[in-house]
Design a protein around this ligand. Structure first.
Ligand SMILES: [Cu+2]
Length: 287
């Protein structure tokens, strides 16, 4: 019997070790903040979304602790004891009303708060100087298209999306001719960006944890209501968050949030390279 128990113990120990070893490698990925918490918010609406998350977290955490304390107190205080008769209670309507009304009021308040926040994050029009960037998700990557010097992204249509026209550009629109493409999502800090999101094939996810943004890219549909303001310079990763095929695990793109001056320099280089390519001269050196 003791042999059996000892075998069982070592088996459990081996399992725990295995899980810890697997867990350690899963956490080997680079992180920008603590191990057990969300990465630091790096967008304006991300900070607001975090405030709502923390508010709900501390509210429900407080209620949890309070109810558990009362629960344990009652368990101990009214435990079965020799010589003490149990009493039967029919309940109390006034109490019932109170503990139904308070949570209801809290839930309605949370609905109002989150609805207001969501309106601010998504439905409000972005500032007038917002740059629109087209994003196409495909098996297995993301690609970006920026507006040319006039600042206006050319027209596109999902019906025109094909292998040679991954953004579905409408080539009859003159603005399309000056658009240029990039494999990196280069953004200027504190400058609003609106994305025009398309998928070439299946459903993908446009997911940037640090910006607290997640939006599906759906084939046959252009999604143009997501906008955000990056607030911290740095390198981030755009990841696909919808299981979209065998290469899903590696479907990602780099995001570089840089100063306005650095962005302008990058933008000028890209525009010059695109112009030279159209003119038939070799493109200038660019990132
Ligand atoms: Cu994907």
């Amino acid at each position: 019997m003791s042999q059996f128990v000892s075998n069982k113990k070592s088996f459990i120990a081996a399992l725990v070790t295995l899980f810890l070893a697997l867990g350690a490698s899963a956490y080997g990925a680079a992180r920008t903040s603590g191990l057990w918490w969300m990465p630091d918010a790096a967008s304006k609406s991300g900070v607001e979304i975090d405030q709502l998350t923390y508010f709900i977290y501390y509210l429900t955490g407080g209620v949890f602790i309070l109810t558990q304390v009362v629960y344990i107190y009652f368990l101990v205080r009214y435990r079965a004891r020799r010589g003490v008769r149990a009493t039967y209670s029919h309940g109390d309507n006034r109490l019932e009303l109170v503990w139904t009304a308070i949570p209801t009021a809290i839930f309605i308040g949370l609905w109002g708060y989150s609805n207001h926040l969501w309106w601010d994050v998504i439905h409000t029009e972005p500032p007038p100087d917002t740059m629109e960037i087209a994003v196409t998700a495909y098996q297995f990557g993301f690609t970006f298209q920026y507006p040319g010097p006039t600042g206006k992204l050319g027209r596109s249509d999902v019906k025109l999306i094909s292998t040679d026209n991954i953004f579905g550009n409408d080539r009859t629109d003159p603005a399309t001719k000056e658009d240029f493409q990039s494999g990196v999502l280069e953004l200027a800090v504190n400058k609003a960006v609106r994305i025009r999101l398309n998928s070439k094939d299946v459903i993908h996810g446009f997911y940037i944890p640090q910006f607290r943004i997640y939006q599906d890219a759906v084939p046959g549909r252009t999604i143009d209501w997501v906008w955000f303001i990056p607030t911290k310079t740095g390198s981030y990763q755009l990841a696909c968050s919808q299981l979209c095929g065998s290469g899903h695990y590696n479907m990602k793109a780099d995001i570089a949030v840089v100063s306005q001056a650095e962005f302008d320099k990058w933008y000028q280089e890209k525009v010059a390279a695109a112009t030279n390519a159209t003119a038939g001269t070799p493109p200038a050196q660019s990132k």
